[in-house]
Design a protein around this ligand. Structure first.
Ligand code: 5IU
Length: 259
């Protein structure tokens, strides 16, 4: 088995996590393997962006804590936009604490992440307790992307850490939607989804260590199933058009990969 050559449609049967199956279905319906990183700091900007790029994305990735004017009612509006355009809400919280603390961070506070984000990210560094905490939370459809590699320069993650993270993902396959990484890993596990950030039209970097690969490279060489694009879209003059362009390029690159 090689997930890289397998159509998304055939991978649904291998999904142990409900959200990953749901996500594959959305990707197929919308012909989109694009996740937007909606890293904006004003609520109006976030809602506008979500509504504009909505038709072209499968996932909206948020950092809800960067909003300067967050109020709890924002969540219902965001949920409505997600439903209107058929994409999932994905909070990139990168949980990394002991289980008890993650339980509080996931369910409590002003953001009440578990009440709206069907997918969250988590580090594997603190061990199983964190995943047990998320698993034990009483919202029923939930998924986690575990971080096995990062796109940033000088990351301290090494190969052993990456491999142990994949093992953890497989051990928790009912909860884990997939893995965030930069290389074609776990190719023999088609039920797990590879999410890859650090994507723009051209390879490059920013001035704070972010490193970008092109659409073709991430899809065809690096094994991405879903690409995360932030500033490549958010800083363009027409985010909707830009998202549509990324969507088409990413989908074509996927089709070439499974040819
Ligand atoms: N992100 C990365 N790289 C990583 C991980 C997460 O860029 O390795 I893990 C997040 C950070 C940001 C988005 O929200 O993905 C990328 O945004 P830009 O396309 O604007 O760089």
């Amino acid at each position: 088995i090689d997930r890289l050559r397998m159509p998304y449609s055939e991978r649904i049967d291998y999904c142990k996590n409900k959200v990953s199956a749901k996500l594959f279905k959305i990707m197929l319906e919308k012909k989109s393997n694009l996740c937007i990183a909606a890293d904006v700091t004003a609520v109006s900007e976030l809602l506008d962006l979500a509504d504009q790029v909505g038709p072209h994305i499968c996932l909206l990735k948020t950092h809800i804590d960067i909003l300067e004017d967050f109020t709890p009612d924002v969540i219902q509006t965001l949920k409505d936009i997600a439903e209107k355009h058929n994409f999932l809400l994905f909070e990139d919280r990168k949980f990394a604490d002991i289980g008890k603390t993650v339980q509080l961070q996931y369910n409590k506070g002003v953001y009440r992440i578990s009440s709206w984000a069907e997918i969250v990210t988590a580090h594997s560094v603190t061990g199983n307790g964190l995943l047990d905490a998320i698993k034990g939370s009483d919202n029923d459809t939930k998924g986690v992307f575990l971080l096995a590699e990062t796109s940033s320069a000088g990351s301290l993650i090494n190969g052993a850490y990456t491999q142990s993270t994949i093992k953890m993902a497989l051990q928790y396959n009912e909860l884990v939607t997939g893995i965030v990484c930069q290389n074609p890993l776990f190719t023999e596990h088609p039920g797990l989804i590879q999410l890859t950030p650090g994507v723009q039209l051209q390879a490059g970097k920013d001035n704070l260590g972010q490193q970008y690969n092109s659409v073709e490279v991430v899809m065809q060489e690096k094994g991405a199933d879903i690409a995360v694009v932030g500033r490549g879209i958010t800083l363009s003059t027409d985010p909707a058009k830009s998202a549509e362009n990324y969507k088409k390029l990413l989908w074509n690159a996927y089709l070439k990969r499974i040819e």
